[in-house]
Ligand binder design. Structure first.
Ligand SMILES: Cc1cc2nc3c(=O)[nH]c(=O)nc-3n(C[C@H](O)[C@H](O)[C@H](O)COP(=O)(O)OP(=O)(O)OC[C@H]3O[C@@H](n4cnc5c(N)ncnc54)[C@H](O)[C@@H]3O)c2cc1C
Length: 380
C-alpha cells in the first residue's frame, strides 16, 4: 500500500486545523485508490478521504484511522451522443479549477462560472458545488463509484446521487451519516462546444455579479477572468498570503425555511423561493364510498432560502469579527460567511466562534445556522 509518513491535517486543509492521523496513504492511481479503500473497509477501519481539504473542518484530536489522500489526475475527452456537446471524464483527484481552465481553453461551456472553487473534481459532486447560478448538477452525467455496500465499482448516473443545494446522498452533514458511503473515482461532465467567440450570457445571477446587461456579449475566457477577480476580492480564491482565504469558503449554509417563518424575518432580509417538491396531485376516491364531496385544492407555498450572511451581519457580527483580541479565529474581513484562521488557530477556537455566531443568530432571528463543511472530530 502507498503508505506515507502521516502529516497533520492542519497542513492538508484550508482551515488549517487537525492533528496527525494514525496512518496516511497517498493514492496516485485509481487502482491504488480502489485497493486501499477496499482493504480498509473490509478490515472495518475508519477511513477519511481527503482531496483538497477545502470543505473539511478537522478537530484538534488526531483522526483515529487512515487518511487516504486522493491524488489521481487526468482528463479524457470523449464524444457525446448530443450534437454540439462533448464529454470529459476526469480523475477524482484532479484539481477542479485546473479542469475549468482546461474547458475554457478548449471553448467548452458549462462550468466557467465555477472558476476558482478550490478542491478536487471527485469532491465536487459531494456537495454539488456551485457559484453564480451554475452548479455541477447541470453538467454532470455520471460518476464512477466504489460502493461500501458491496465493494464494487460501477458507473452511477447523476440522477441517482440526490444532488441538491450544497448536498448529495454522499455528503456527511453535521450530526448525520451520509445516505450512501462511497468513493468517487472519476466524474463525467457534458459540456457545450461554444468556441472562443463572444455571446450573450445566460443567468441573471452571473450577469449581475459581473456587471453585465442582458444583451452584453462576452467570451468564456472573459467570464473566467472576471469570476476569478470577483471571487478574489471576497477572499474566495485560495491565496497563501491572505488569511481571509484560510477558510472552508462559506462556513454556514443559507437557511431554507417555510414561507410562514420567512414572513417573521425583517422584509429587507434577502430571500429566494425554493422550488417545491413535486407531489402526486392525483387523488382516487373509491366509487363505493364517494359521497360527492371533493375538497378544494390546497395551495402549496414554496420554502424560502434565506441569506445566512445577512443574518450574521444583522445579528451584529460584521466582517472581521472575533471573540477576543487573543483569539486566532475571526470572520473574514471580506465576507461575513467565511470563518477564517488568522494563523495558528485551533479547531476549538474556530468552533467557539461558530457556536457564538449560531447563538447570536438564533436569539436574534430564531433559527440555527447549519455548517456547510464536513466536520471530523468537531462538536458544535
Ligand atoms: C476559499 C474557498 C472558497 C470556496 N468556494 C466555494 C464555492 O463557491 N462553491 C462551493 O460549492 N464550494 C466552495 N468551497 C468549498 C469547497 O471548495 C468545495 O466543497 C470543494 O468541492 C471541496 O473539494 P475538496 O477536494 O477540497 O474536498 P475535501 O475538503 O478534501 O473533502 C470534502 C468531503 O468530500 C469527501 N471526499 C473527498 N474526495 C472524495 C472522493 N473522491 N469520493 C468521495 N468522497 C470524497 C471528504 O471525505 C469530505 O467528506 C470553497 C472553499 C474555500 C476554501
Amino acid at each position: 500500500m502507498p503508505d506515507v509518513e502521516p502529516r497533520p491535517l492542519a497542513e492538508l486543509t484550508t482551515l488549517r486545523t487537525g492533528g496527525i492521523p494514525d496512518r496516511m496513504v497517498e493514492a496516485r492511481t485509481t487502482d491504488e485508490l480502489v485497493g486501499v479503500v477496499r482493504e480498509l473497509w473490509s478490515a472495518g477501519e475508519p477511513v477519511l478521504l481527503v482531496g483538497g481539504g477545502s470543505n473539511l473542518f478537522a478537530g484538534d484530536e488526531p483522526f483515529d484511522g487512515t487518511v487516504v489522500r486522493v491524488l489521481t489526475t487526468g482528463i479524457e475527452r470523449m464524444p457525446s451522443p448530443r450534437p454540439g456537446f462533448v464529454r470529459l471524464r476526469v480523475a477524482a483527484g484532479h484539481g477542479w479549477d485546473d479542469l475549468v481552465g482546461y474547458a475554457v481553453a478548449a471553448g467548452l461551456a458549462g462550468i466557467e462560472a465555477m472558476s476558482g472553487i478550490p478542491g478536487t473534481v471527485g469532491a465536487a459532486p459531494i456537495q454539488n458545488i456551485g457559484a453564480y447560478g451554475q452548479e455541477i448538477v447541470q453538467t454532470l452525467v455520471e460518476v464512477d463509484l466504489l460502493d461500501e455496500v458491496d465493494g464494487e465499482v460501477r458507473a452511477v448516473p447523476a440522477s441517482d446521487l440526490a444532488l441538491g443545494f450544497r448536498t448529495s446522498a454522499l455528503k456527511q452533514h453535521y450530526g448525520s451519516v451520509p445516505e450512501r458511503v462511497a468513493v468517487i473515482l472519476s466524474v463525467t461532465l457534458e459540456l457545450a462546444e461554444a468556441g472562443h467567440g463572444e455571446r450573450p450570457l445566460a443567468g441573471d445571477q452571473l450577469r449581475t455579479a459581473l456587471g453585465l446587461g442582458a444583451g452584453d456579449a462576452v467570451s468564456l475566457a472573459w467570464v473566467r477572468d472576471h469570476v476569478l477577480a470577483t471571487r478574489a476580492r471576497k477572499g474566495m480564491v485560495l491565496d497563501e498570503g491572505d488569511h481571509d482565504t484560510w477558510s472552508a469558503g462559506s462556513f454556514f449554509q443559507n437557511a431554507v425555511v417555510s414561507a410562514g417563518f420567512a414572513r417573521t424575518l425583517p422584509p429587507e432580509c434577502p430571500r429566494w423561493p425554493v422550488a417545491p417538491d413535486v407531489v402526486d396531485t392525483v387523488t382516487v376516491y373509491p366509487l363505493a364510498t364517494f359521497d360527492g364531496y371533493v375538497p378544494p385544492p390546497t395551495s402549496q407555498e414554496s420554502d424560502v432560502k434565506i441569506s445566512a450572511a445577512w443574518l450574521i451581519e444583522h445579528a451584529g457580527l460584521g466582517k472581521g469579527f472575533r471573540l477576543a483580541r487573543s483569539s486566532r479565529a475571526a470572520l473574514s474581513s471580506k465576507h461575513a460567511l467565511a470563518l477564517t484562521n488568522r494563523g495558528g488557530a485551533t479547531a476549538e477556537e474556530l468552533s467557539e466562534l461558530a457556536r457564538f455566531i449560531q447563538g447570536r443568530v438564533q436569539s436574534e432571528f430564531g433559527l440555527i445556522l447549519q455548517p456547510e463543511p464536513v466536520l471530523v472530530g468537531v462538536e458544535l
